[in-house]
Design a protein around this ligand. Structure first.
Ligand code: SF4
Length: 474
């Protein structure tokens, strides 16, 4: 049940099709001096409706600007001028005219494989080039109009993050099955044409690989095309993500161990060649291929700055990179403690091995448990898609003093798990403290040993690009 987000509207006497709800007004700012308050809405800047924060910044970037804002009833309004000044407005959202939804029905779409009953935001099929620019979410570009392309070029919305999947137009069409009535300009469905029209724009691209579909020779052809384009900075190859909720959907399967190993060899051959030719590997593999293949992860340098971390490319290596600080490990804890680290089944063996030295600390009972995903099905092995119910069904009340989970299990910036349970609720039900681990192995070890509780930035057990729930957007 994919859902859509309507434009933001509020009563206004100006006939504006959408407005920008104001969350905060800075004290002493031009907006506050004009009488604007939190809860009001921005109607226009320089007499133009404002569809998103990018347009807002563009108008202000011209120097002098006239802003029009109205109160929540739409009855009162004020107009005020700024001249190279920040008006002092903070908005609830970054998109005001409605999020652009996708015009596709990809055979591997994660939204179509979501069980029912989660918060609506998880079913939003965001394919908005503006959120791609602002947050780095991958978009297909098949819903762009000619004006949109021109806007990207005029405003230099660079870089963008683009799902390519295949540079063979027919194969891409077969995999993505665009919904013709939703495609505004048929030209936008041709990926080569689009990449070439966007030549001044840097692109990070991804290929969601399916066994026997767009890998093998088809992947070679896609990579050959992508690395030939000057504006393609990098290509991430990630495996198709499948849940067990695929009734009435095409019959797809994930990578077997031998297939994952073959794909690693294939892409590493590309990396060796490209590194020699241009000084950059350019093509990068998601961690999942190495873990499924049972192969050692590349060294940190091989990720060249971890540019595609959010896509599961190098997350595990990044997490492990600094290792444990063995010299500062205590011989014993002052108070004995039982700690349980819960993560996805894919990452659990890696984490277990990495934390092995902590077994020498007397008084610490530590277990790393790979939780079977009973929400999406056992084929879903990443930590980021575990829900509160998976914790409650696979951790026994009172069996530990501290349960540590991956920050990737929480909605960004909140304590909400995928099924809207909070950490406090899980803690109360299980009768133990529940917290998130640290941003890397060293921080996690400090949390385990009794230091500060980690924040909710990067993660142990990696997330996946599959559920795109960016801050403040969905
Ligand atoms: S995978 Fe993305 S682009 Fe494809 S149908 Fe789903 S939401 Fe749309």
């Amino acid at each position: 049940m994919p859902v859509s987000l309507p434009p933001t509207t509020a009563p206004n006497a100006f006939g504006a099709p959408y407005v920008a709800p104001i969350r905060e007004v800075a004290p002493g700012s031009p907006a506050e001096r004009a009488g604007v308050a939190a809860g009001w809405s921005l109607v226009s800047v320089n007499e133009a409706w404002i569809p998103d924060v990018l347009a807002y910044r563009r108008e202000l970037g011209a120097g002098r600007a006239t802003l029009l804002a109205c109160d929540p009833t739409g009855e009162a309004s004020v107009s005020f001028d700024v001249d190279w000044e920040d008006p002092g407005l903070e908005f609830d959202e970054v998109i005001f005219d409605g999020l652009r939804l996708c015009a596709n029905k990809c055979e591997f779409c994660y939204v179509h494989q979501m069980p029912r009953g989660f918060r609506k935001s998880l079913y939003v099929m965001d394919d908005d080039f503006r959120t791609s620019f602002l947050y780095g979410s991958f978009v297909t570009l098949t819903n762009l109009s000619d004006e949109d392309v021109q806007r990207v070029l005029d405003e230099r919305l660079s870089p963008l993050y683009v799902s390519v999947h295949s540079a063979d137009e027919e194969l891409r069409a077969a995999m993505m099955k665009w919904l013709r009535p939703k495609v505004k300009d048929p030209r936008s469905t041709r990926i080569r044409d689009m990449i070439e029209r966007l030549e001044p724009i840097d692109l990070y691209t991804q290929v969601v690989a399916q066994p026997g579909r767009n890998d093998g020779e088809a992947l070679d052809a896609t990579l050959a095309y992508l690395v030939s384009r000057p504006n393609v900075l990098a290509v991430a190859v990630v495996p198709v993500g499948l849940t067990e909720h695929r009734r009435n959907l095409p019959d797809l399967r994930g990578y077997r161990r031998d297939e994952a190993a073959a794909l690693v060899t294939q892409v590493e051959d590309w990396q060796t060649r490209l590194l020699g030719e241009r000084g950059s590997r350019t093509v990068f593999l998601s961690d999942e291929f190495y873990l499924v293949a049972g192969l050692p992860l590349p060294r940190s340098e091989a990720y060249e700055g971890f540019e595609m971390l959010e896509n599961g490319v190098g997350m595990v290596r990044d997490f492990l990179a600094d290792g444990l600080d063995l010299e500062t490990l205590p011989a014993a804890l002052e108070t004995p403690k039982r700690v349980l680290c819960a993560t996805g089944t894919l990452f659990a063996p890696v984490l277990r091995e990495a934390l092995e030295p902590l077994a020498a600390v007397r008084g610490l009972t530590l277990e790393v448990r790979g939780l079977v995903n009973r929400t999406f099905g056992a084929t879903t092995t990443v930590a980021g898609l575990l829900a509160g119910r998976d914790l409650l069904t696979q951790v026994r009340p009172g069996e530990a003093d501290l349960l540590l989970i991956s920050p990737s299990m929480l909605k960004y910036g909140t304590e909400l798990l995928l099924d809207d349970r909070t950490l406090s609720e899980v803690s109360a039900e299980l009768g133990m403290e529940v917290a998130v681990g640290g941003g890397d192995l060293r921080e996690l070890s400090l949390v385990i040993l009794g230091g500060a509780v980690g924040d909710s930035t990067p993660q142990f057990g990696y997330s996946t690009h599959a559920v795109k729930e960016a801050a403040g957007q969905h």
